[in-house]
Design a protein around this ligand. Structure first.
Ligand SMILES: NC(=O)c1ccc[n+]([C@@H]2O[C@H](COP(=O)([O-])OP(=O)(O)OC[C@H]3O[C@@H](n4cnc5c(N)ncnc54)[C@H](O)[C@@H]3O)[C@@H](O)[C@H]2O)c1
Length: 357
């Protein structure tokens, strides 16, 4: 087992370092010319092992809310950095989940026309998925993730010790992205994950091995297609449906859990529309359902869902929806489907009854 994963990006190579504990992370961070942007909950929960870092002269604590990664919140961050005399040869460090990442990555892309940034991911979603891949996504007004850049970090310091304080909902949200990566890699990889799914949350070593494997799978896609023009699109498996579910429920369902619902829905719709037989759906349903447990009957208003899926920014053309769907072998492909009555009926059947079976 190697403790460094190398990633190639348009801005040069960077590394993910796997570290044993939070103290080791603190010791590996730069101590001068650095500006820390930390999730306020993480700063509170890890005050002791992060004490040296939190005592540095430039520390900005942010609340991990969607509002905090809205363009409207950025003037305060910029003011903070200007007051602390941030310069382009300084380093920004994000310590937190995807929200802290998006704020820091967007600042790193734009402050003084670009700074280096490092990332300490503390949620499972960030550790298993978003910490590599270069994307920043910022909200503006009602439009979610509408602004963004491709700005890879210089270094990722990853310790699964942070996961101990995450609640089950956050863990299952991250597990949704782990499941996604394994489905994309192929049926054998999914089956292996399915066999270990029950141990994932109780055995840290099992969790860590699947985090490493998810990153290794994603590495192959982002190194080939960092700017998401072709093959990386497959990483949107479960996301068109998932985003529409999140939007139609006013974000009552955590992202990765909506993705698990979205993957199950993609498999069901693919079967009903004849893109695949019933096998992918039935083979994966138990794991998907275990991962979205508790959300099997959250009401998803159909009209809002359809409006949202039609508006999904990954779609082109008025009458078709672009979806990532499995074929008969359970491998996933990008396809354009007519958003017709058959499509709408399959979606309604999944949301009304199938998901709770
Ligand atoms: N840029 C990208 O590539 C990318 C990819 C996926 C998602 N995202 C974005 O990420 C956001 C979701 O991020 P997320 O799911 O990682 O979580 P998050 O940043 O929203 O944090 C979720 C909750 O967990 C808390 N938390 C964080 N670390 C903790 C820890 N170690 N122990 C206890 N609590 C902790 C936070 O304070 C917060 O309450 C969304 O805004 C999404 O759009 C970005």
């Amino acid at each position: 087992v190697t403790d460094v994963l190398d990633i190639q990006s348009h801005a040069g190579p960077y590394q993910v370092h796997f570290l044993a504990d939070v103290m080791a992370v603190a010791e590996a961070l730069p101590a001068s010319d650095v500006h820390i942007i930390v999730d306020a909950n993480v700063a509170r929960l890890y005050a002791e092992p992060l004490a040296r870092i939190l005592a540095l002269p430039s520390v900005l604590a942010v609340d991990a809310t969607e509002g905090a990664k809205s363009l409207e919140a950025f003037p305060a961050y910029v003011r903070h950095l200007v007051e602390r005399k941030a310069r382009r040869d300084h380093v920004l460090v994000a310590i937190g989940g995807g929200i802290t990442q998006d704020i820091t990555c967007f600042l790193a892309a734009t402050f003084a026309r670009g700074m280096d940034w490092w990332f300490v991911p503390t949620t499972l979603l960030a550790q298993a998925d978003s910490c590599i891949g270069s994307k920043s996504s910022v909200n503006c007004g009602e439009a979610k993730n509408i602004l963004g850049t491709f700005t890879p970090p210089r270094r990722v310091l990853l310790s699964t010790a942070f996961l101990r304080t995450l609640d089950e909902r956050e863990l299952r949200s991250g597990a949704g992205e782990i499941i996604k990566a394994h489905v994309i890699e192929g049926p054998n990889h999914f089956d292996e994950l399915a066999g270990s799914y029950a141990r994932l949350f109780g055995e840290p070593a099992v969790m860590e091995s699947f985090i490493r494997r998810s990153l290794a799978i994603k590495k192959g896609f982002i190194e080939e297609d960092e700017f998401d023009r072709a093959r990386r699109n497959l990483f949107n498996y479960g996301h068109s449906f998932g985003h529409a579910i999140e939007s139609a429920t006013d974000y009552a369902i955590p992202h990765g859990i909506a993705v698990a619902l979205g993957m199950d829905m993609a498999n069901f719709v693919a079967w009903r529309l004849g893109a695949a037989g019933p096998d992918p759906y039935y083979r994966m349903h138990a794991v998907m359902k275990a991962n979205y447990r508790g959300f099997e009957s959250t009401p998803v208003p159909m009209e809002r869902f359809l409006a949202a899926i039609g508006k999904d920014k990954k779609n082109s053309g008025a009458d078709t929806v672009t979806l990532i769907l499995p074929d008969g072998d359970g491998r996933v492909f990008r396809r354009a489907w007519p958003g017709d009555a058959g499509f709408r009926a399959a979606c309604a059947r999944f949301l009304d009854s199938e998901r709770s079976k």
